[in-house]
Design a protein around this ligand. Structure first.
Ligand SMILES: [Fe+2]
Length: 385
């Protein structure tokens, strides 16, 4: 655990059923008059985007829409959204959707002020100044992007992923309304929920963890253990949806402060090489990484087990740590997540290249409770076939 720690997220968090009605007041508080809405393509079909934009327009706020965001977005999407914001004289950006839309919103707000192209800012603290104010409204319970300082992009031509990581990307407002997640189908509910679980477990076991990140990570793990299955089985289960969105927020705060670990590093090549969605890649690999890490953070993994299944408390730490792997496996399997890389149609011949790329994901690897060599990364992948 670090001696000196910091804990940061969105400047303001607004959470609750119907919270979207607060959007006009939050826009006004940030002196927004002309708003760029950055949206997932799919959100239009289910009416969620209209609902959010309508709330703002009813109060006379001028709205411009960029709705071309696709999963695992290319940096050029942020360039296009920023160009539209400039052309229409927008003074505030609202991101609505999954992690992709929120990331494109963050980056485009930054580009309006700083100029240039999104790809040139990929790295750590490369952004010179704060961009337009941002309000982020997640419609999945997963990425936690509404409270982090990162925007992740996929450069398909270079078979590479990378993030813009800057203190100026922390959103002004994270606005979370569980009713907006009710139309998310079971598949993405499961994979995004598993991504949140990965953030919580990796944040909790991170070498950069601290008392604040532990607190939110533990509560996120507990909430996901109790609610993910329910939210997948019945999307209209309001309590489960609300608890999952809260868990994803808390897991996002844990990740913003403690970072993620080897699971995110090893999941990264699956996205870059084979376009496997981020949440799914993490969900498949998580139990294998936990198995690998087990003895390096036994007490923490023992807590993961009792947080997810309180009936187990009373068992010895070693037994509990082992049980945590089975509990996660049973949970992800129960919500329909494939358990092997074979099921994702990854060729076994790619293992060495994937391990090479995973080794370049330096910060998550440095946070991981156990050091990972290239050979060990290859072993983990092989076990996952
Ligand atoms: Fe993630």
């Amino acid at each position: 655990m670090a001696n000196v720690f910091s804990f940061q997220g969105a400047k303001k968090i607004v959470f609750g059923q119907g919270a979207v009605e607060n959007l006009p007041a939050e826009i006004e508080a940030l002196h927004g008059k002309r708003v760029l809405f950055v949206l997932d393509r799919g959100l239009k079909d289910v009416g969620v985007a209209e609902k959010v934009i309508d709330v703002a327009q009813r109060k006379g706020i001028y709205a411009v829409t960029y709705d071309q965001v696709t999963p695992e977005p290319a940096p050029s999407l942020a360039d296009a959204a920023a160009a539209l914001a400039k052309e229409r004289g927008c003074d505030l950006v609202v991101g609505v959707g999954g992690g992709s839309s929120l990331d494109v919103a963050k980056a485009s707000a930054m580009l309006v002020k700083n100029g240039g192209k999104a790809e040139q800012y990929i790295g750590l603290e490369t952004v010179p100044e704060r961009g337009l104010p941002t309000i982020l409204i997640p419609t999945t319970a997963g990425t936690g992007s509404e409270v982090t300082f990162t925007a992740v992009f996929t450069m398909r031509d270079k078979k590479r992923k990378g993030g813009i990581n800057s203190r100026f990307l922390y959103p002004d407002v994270a606005l979370l309304d569980p009713s907006l997640t009710e139309t998310l189908p079971p598949g993405p509910t499961a994979t995004t929920g598993a991504d949140a679980l990965t953030h919580a477990i990796e944040g909790y076991t991170s070498l950069q963890g601290n008392p604040m990140s532990d607190l939110v990570a533990r509560e996120a793990i507990r909430l996901i253990g109790a609610n993910l299955g329910r939210a997948v089985r019945n999307g209209k289960d309001r309590e489960a949806r609300s608890n999952m969105l809260l868990a994803s927020l808390m897991a996002g705060l844990a990740l913003a402060s403690a970072g993620v670990g080897a699971c995110h590093a090893l999941a990264y090549p699956l996205g870059a090489f084979f376009d496997v969605p981020h949440g799914l890649a993490n969900a498949v690999l998580l139990p294998y990484i936990m198995e690998f890490n087990l003895h390096a953070a036994e007490t923490k993994y023992a807590s993961v087990a009792t947080l997810m299944d309180p009936a187990l408390s009373g068992n010895r730490g070693e037994v509990l740590a082992l049980a945590s792997v089975d509990i996660v496996r049973t949970l992800t399997q129960g919500v329909g997540i494939p358990q092997t890389l074979t099921a994702l149609k990854i060729p076994e011949t790619a293992v060495s290249d994937m391990a090479d790329m995973a080794m370049t994901v330096a910060r998550p690897l440095a946070n991981n409770p156990r050091e990972v060599t290239k050979e060990q990364a290859m072993e983990i992948y092989k076990r996952a076939f």
